[in-house]
Design a protein around this ligand. Structure first.
Ligand code: ADP
Ligand code: MG
Length: 398
């Protein structure tokens, strides 16, 4: 709570300093997220189990008094200006730039029928960028809420999630699943979100024990290789589903395939395609087991599921890295840790750990001696918890 107030104060004064004059009207907070389990299953219609975290984008919005939308980000110390009348979905020249996100959100809101007003937004973020904690969705949702607030419009969280996802597809050029925007807009405090990516339906599972925390460890390692590898995994999954479909016509995606069905078709697919599919099929099963374990408050079973997830991502899906494997092994060796795994698309990014609260200093010390010294970087250990989704509050008149 104290942290949030400090952030609110700093973004409010940042807005006033940058834009001068007109008072802001809305304070927006859009969280990042960490996926506890269910990795590389979203594009196979599977189940994921993310939480919104206590880091995110804090933004302040107000009317600009003109036909322009201006979005400033502290992360880039830059203002993007979007002319309201000229802006349209065909204006995609800034793909690859951060401006693609606010521009895409404005265009997709307009395409959804929202009449936008001239708006100024000042956005600050305490999320590492590109680390797999969904800084992109947090930015999109913060911009969407800021624009909606100044336009005097309300949309349900799931509509905002869809609009932001379209912005990411059409403007940033990232063909992401629905998880990031859904958890950012729809998470409930102190609960993990079991999200069915096929039905787009969420079930909130209360976090059963305040003495068990989620640790996110940023390896500080970003591999650029991941783009081509990602598309290759998507295609391999489609090929596996196709092979099973030839004997089980009802199968649409790997979500519909059981371990037995997959094994029965093993000889009809390349060994590597079989292993990719085995990851997906077993990961969906592990996600269900992890959710059930959370519901029972059984962190031993929960930890076992997330350990299994990492091993499968490392061995069958082959998206881990030496750095991530080292962090996972380091965390697993600490008393009080229930389980650890890489999270996000892989090849770098973060590791997620479930541990007792009193194990946190031991994890930090182990990371310092076993990881930081070996790789010559400082991996950031962040203690977090399940937080609520994005919120908008009115800024009181001074
Ligand atoms: P992730 O969402 O896992 O952090 P992505 O590659 O999906 O990684 O998104 C990162 C991109 O999102 C950045 O390169 C930048 O363009 C944009 N972005 C994220 N946070 C901010 C921010 N605070 N300000 C401006 N752009 C941001
Ligand atoms: Mg992202």
């Amino acid at each position: 709570m104290v942290n949030q107030l400090i952030n609110a104060e700093s973004v409010l004064s940042g807005y006033r300093r940058l834009f001068g004059g007109a008072e802001p009207t809305a304070l927006v907070r859009a969280p990042g997220r960490v996926n506890l389990i269910g990795e590389h299953v979203d594009y196979n219609d599977g189940l994921v189990l993310p939480i919104a975290i206590d880091r995110g984008v804090f933004a302040v919005a107000g009317p600009s008094g003109s036909d322009d939308i201006q979005v400033y980000s502290t992360a880039f110390d830059e203002t993007v200006t979007i002319a309201l009348r000229r802006d349209g979905p065909s204006d995609g020249h800034d793909a690859g730039e951060w401006s693609a996100y606010p521009r895409g959100v404005a265009a997709e809101l307009a395409a959804a029928g929202v009449t936008l007003a001239g708006t100024r937004i000042f956005a600050d973020s305490d999320l590492p960028v590109g680390a797999g904690l969904s800084s992109s969705a947090a930015l999109e949702v913060a911009v969407a809420l800021g624009l909606l607030s100044v336009a005097g419009e309300h949309l349900p969280p799931s509509d905002i999630a869809h609009i932001c996802r379209l912005a990411e597809h059409h403007y940033a050029g990232v063909p992401c699943g629905i998880m990031d925007q859904f958890v950012c807009t729809g998470a409930v405090a102190n609960a993990a979100m079991l999200l069915d990516c096929r039905e787009e339906a969420a079930r909130h599972i209360p976090w059963p024990d305040d003495d068990v925390v989620v640790l996110v460890i940023d390896s500080r390692c970003r591999h650029k290789l991941s783009d081509g590898m990602y598309g290759e995994r998507v295609r391999q999954c489609a090929r596996a589903a196709e092979a099973v479909r030839s004997v089980e016509p009802a199968v649409q995606t790997l979500r519909d395939v059981t371990a037995e069905q997959l094994d029965a078709c093993r000889s009809s697919m390349e060994p590597v395609v079989y292993r990719r599919a085995r990851h997906v099929v077993t990961e969906i099963q592990r996600t269900c087991e992890a959710a059930a374990a959370l519901e029972r408050g059984d962190f031993t079973a929960f930890g076992k599921a997330i350990n299994g997830s990492h091993d499968s991502l490392r061995d069958d899906y082959e998206v881990s890295s030496a750095e991530l494997d080292d962090l996972v092994e380091t965390a697993r060796g600490v008393p009080g840790v229930f389980g650890a795994r890489m999270t996000g698309a892989g090849f770098g990014g973060c590791v997620v750990v479930a541990a007792t609260r009193d194990a946190v200093p031991r994890v930090e010390a182990a990371v310092r001696t076993c990881y930081n010294m070996k790789y010559g970087v400082t991996a950031h250990v962040m203690t977090t918890r399940a937080c609520e989704g994005a919120t908008t509050t009115e800024v009181p008149r001074p």
